[in-house]
Design a protein around this ligand. Structure first.
Ligand SMILES: O=C(O)CCC(=O)C(=O)O
Ligand SMILES: [Fe+2]
Length: 186
């Protein structure tokens, strides 16, 4: 929670939006998830063909900020210009990802990276994710200071619940590359 507040303050100060810090912190709504990824298990003697992989497909997070902590088993990969980069972190550190809501709120100033999880080794991976969302009923909308002729509004105001419902719907699955843009892009 403190780290979330600290980072949001730093980001807003950087954008010259100190006057919006209280508003952004006020709408905060945290969610927590614990994930257990199973290590590859060999189901017959043939290592080449019978290794099962666990993981998570490429996606962007819909929320504002995501904090990820894991055991000693790596697996997170971030896509940078089409290339998958391994994120190797120690169990004592966090990875912080910025999500689609922050991208929309900053009218595109912040990027929400595509990431996935691939487990290749035999060891299980455990990760804890803390997601900062906005409260139900709140519409995420870029402040007017970030919208002008040179920077037209990129996303329609949206509510987190609507976004979550959309990305898990048929239409959302049909637009997996950028479901967020398909939902509220202008
Ligand atoms: O387990 C991880 O490292 C990442 C999980 C993730 O990307 C997610 O839950 O959105
Ligand atoms: Fe994610």
């Amino acid at each position: 929670m403190e780290l979330d507040e600290m980072l949001k303050k730093m980001i807003l100060e950087n954008l010259g939006l100190e006057n919006h810090i209280d508003e952004l912190l006020d709408i905060n709504y945290m969610r927590f998830r614990f994930t257990h990824y199973k290590g590859s298990s060999i189901i017959s003697g043939d290592h080449e063909n019978n290794i099962k992989h666990d993981g998570l497909n490429g996606h962007t997070d819909g929320n504002f900020l995501t904090f990820i902590s894991q055991n000693q088993v790596n697996g997170l990969q971030i896509n940078k210009n089409g290339e998958w980069i391994d994120v190797n972190i120690s169990p004592n550190s966090y990875v912080v990802l910025s999500g689609d809501s922050f991208k929309a709120w900053t009218n595109g100033r912040l990027h929400s990276p595509i990431h996935k999880v691939k487990i290749f080794g035999e060891s299980d991976r455990f990760s804890i994710q803390l997601f900062s969302f906005s409260k139900p009923g709140h519409f995420v909308k870029a402040p007017k200071e970030l919208v002008d002729e040179e920077h037209p509004l990129l996303f329609k105001p949206f509510e987190m619940v609507g976004l979550s419902e959309y990305v898990t719907s048929q239409a959302g699955y049909a637009a997996p590359n950028d479901a967020f843009k398909a939902y509220c892009g202008l």
